[in-house]
Design a protein around this ligand. Structure first.
Ligand code: 6R9
Length: 635
């Protein structure tokens, strides 16, 4: 029996039982047999959720890039590591072999190091989905610098907040990016952001769209000439297992984004292990995850998990609709993709289009289909299963979070029988529990509650950068001795989990987590706005869309409403990014509030979803009269 590679259901149950009975022995064996360590650990796990403090493989030494690159050189040096598919299908594809990747990463590592970046320094990466992005992450890891990738669709304000929060000295970016038929001026956004970032010393710029850009003397340099001169080898920095690998920001329900900090050893072991099992990767497979590396899915399942397994991982620069809605399937056919991993929002968007966009391609190479990011509705699940998988490919509905580092609940294809809309069973080593409102565990099946995990796994985030108290408050305080996920879930009669959605104030729009508070903060900065509240409502393609209730100041009352709506969305675009724009804006005289002053989002959500028949008891509100007014004028 192999603990590392599960091949049938009985084996899954055996491995699972073993992993729960003795998690330390389980994770020790996997770490020992499948990775390269410079020094072994003194202890496998030390943990205390009440502090919270979690340490895996304490005392061990390694470099993750040695595991993701160097150790493959002898056996698969000429195998494609990264297959780059450009935005424009006419542009040439790039096959970057493990050997070439080694050289590119080493060159970049030398460039970073010559620019003064040392172990522990933070480097913000604001790059589109081009090879330089993958190479930058790995180069940081090579020298022990902590990368913090900011999705290259975020605004200057959002970028500046993240740069300052992590205290980055350097930003890596490009002149611009391609997105379908559009180009985006990334360097201009960086320049704007850096006006508020006094600590950034250098900016290295990759050329992608060959636009004329502004270069700030003494701060900005083009990357290509530096790489050309750089030496093609760089000895991997020897890191402690618990040294930080990266910081990745995720939206919180309140205030500023949370810089989730992941460390090296445990993250490597867990992402590699789950990649192997959830996608059943075999040596000659071509694996494609369509996420952006700006999100955790890209970190764990485009870069680290696949490369640690010596896989070929496709990196796609474009969008599913360009040049037409057949693009995904064109790429699958062209590269004979075997595992395809995408988000429900993309599936729903494609399912709206003519079926010819799918059926005109040969998708017979596909073996496993995956989804991630939000609950997948039944209709989308069936469309994916019937038309993309041709009822021949198991769908892995993978549930996890930025905070968890890797997939926690998912079917194992060819082992776990799938069930539409169910993420099914926990991965080995994962102990999910459902809790009730009073903090009691709900045992048994056919129950629902708040989803928690009661034992650590190797890739759990160790802290929120610079804010350990917030880490504790957010994840370890709602339920004693438990990691609280923020999601609700149900467990069916056989013990399968179905994630029902967030139970806090995070709304998932097209797979992006958006905290309501930062959006409200952005709107409230508009001079005509007194107060606002954002809720989600169901949307065919995006899963959820945003509905904003806005109270105007007296001075705003006379303004043209349509112009105000445009200005409010403009404000949001500037502060957060276009993904957070509101689909609907309703101007209201007041917001329903509890006596303690908390906005009753439950009521606003119902109104936005047109479920006004049953608003529940509103009599305890501070201002029940306002509800009727809002309902009457609802959009
Ligand atoms: C990996 C990722 C995390 C939140 C999570 C949950 C939702 C993710 C899901 C899912 C239902 C799935 N979510 N996968 N809900 N089924 N298969 O998406 O990380 O961006 O941090 O989002 O996304 O609500 O709590 P992140």
């Amino acid at each position: 029996m192999s603990n590392y590679h599960i091949k049938h259901l009985e084996e899954y149950f055996q491995v699972y039982r073993k992993s729960v009975r003795n998690p330390e022995a389980f994770w020790e064996e996997i770490a020992e047999e499948h990775f390269v360590w410079r020094k072994k650990w003194n202890s496998v796990l030390d943990w205390d959720f009440s502090k919270p403090e979690i340490k895996w493989y304490e005392g061990a030494k390694l470099n993750i890039t040695e595991n993701c690159i160097d150790r493959h050189l002898h056996i698969r040096g000429n195998k494609t590591a990264i297959l780059f598919e450009p935005n424009n299908p006419e542009e040439e594809v790039q096959h970057i072999t493990y050997k070439q990747l080694h050289e590119k990463v080493c060159k970049m590592a030398n460039v970073l190091s010559e620019k003064g970046i040392k172990k522990g320094d933070r480097v913000v990466i604001y790059l589109p989905m081009i090879p330089e992005l993958a190479i930058s992450l790995l180069a940081c890891a090579r020298i022990g610098a902590i990368h913090s990738v900011v999705f290259a669709g975020f605004s200057a304000t959002a970028l500046a907040t993240r740069i300052n929060d992590c205290g980055a000295k350097m930003v890596l970016t490009s002149d611009g990016s391609y997105r379908g038929a559009k180009t985006i001026d990334l360097k201009g956004i960086v320049d704007d952001a850096l006006e508020d970032c006094p600590n950034v010393e250098s900016v290295l710029v990759a050329k992608r769209i060959n636009s004329v850009i502004n270069m700030v003397e003494g701060r900005d340099e083009l990357l290509a000439p530096l790489l050309e001169k750089a030496y093609g080898d760089y000895p991997p920095e020897v890191m402690n297992a618990e040294d930080p690998l990266f910081i990745l920001y995720t939206s919180g329900s309140t205030g500023k984004p949370k810089g989730m900090m992941h460390t090296t050893g445990g993250y490597m072991v867990y992402t590699a292990y789950t990649f192997k099992n959830v996608f059943q990767y075999q040596e000659d497979d071509v694996y494609w995850c369509t996420a952006d590396i700006g999100w955790i899915t890209g970190h764990s399942y485009i870069i680290y998990g696949p490369l640690a397994n010596g896989a070929t991982t496709v990196m796609f620069e474009g969008v599913p609709s360009y040049p037409d809605f057949g693009r995904f399937w064109d790429v699958v056919q062209k590269h004979k993709v075997t595992q395809f991993y995408t988000a429900p929002t993309a599936i729903r968007a494609l399912a709206k289009e003519n079926l010819d966009f799918v059926t005109s391609y040969d998708l017979s190479s596909l073996k496993v289909l995956g989804t991630v990011g939000e609950p997948i509705n039944e209709e989308a699940w069936h469309w994916y299963n019937d038309h993309v998988g041709e009822k021949n490919c198991p769908i892995v509905d993978t549930w996890w979070q930025t905070e968890t580092g890797g997939i926690l609940i998912s079917p194992i294809p060819f082992s776990t029988p799938t069930k539409p809309t169910y993420a099914t069973l926990p991965m080995p080593g994962i102990q999910p529990v459902l809790m009730d409102d009073k903090g009691k565990e709900i045992k048994g099946n056919q129950v629902d509650g708040r989803l928690c995990v009661k034992f650590p796994w190797p890739s759990i985030a160790r802290t929120i950068w610079n804010d350990h108290k917030r880490y504790k408050d957010t994840y370890f305080s709602a339920f004693e001795n438990m990691y609280f996920t923020g999601d609700g879930a149900l467990r069916d009669e056989v013990g399968y989990y179905r994630i029902t959605g967030r139970v806090d104030d995070v709304i998932i729009v097209s797979g992006h987590n958006l905290g309501t508070a930062p959006i409200e903060d952005a709107i409230n900065e508009h001079p005509a706005v007194a107060e606002s509240a954002i809720v989600g409502f169901p949307h065919d393609i995006k899963g959820n869309a945003l509905y904003g209730y806005v109270i105007l100041k007296e001075t705003g009352e006379s303004r043209n409403r349509e112009n105000l709506k445009k200005e409010i969305n403009q404000m949001i675009t500037e502060h957060i990014g276009p993904i957070a724009k509101l689909n609907k804006i309703q101007f209201v005289p007041g917001l329903p509030k509890t006596r303690s002053g908390k906005i009753m989002r439950r009521i606003l959500r119902k109104i936005a979803s047109k479920e006004t028949g049953n608003l529940g008891d509103t009599s305890t509100l501070l201002n029940p009269e306002v509800v009727k007014k809002i309902v009457d004028e609802a959009l």
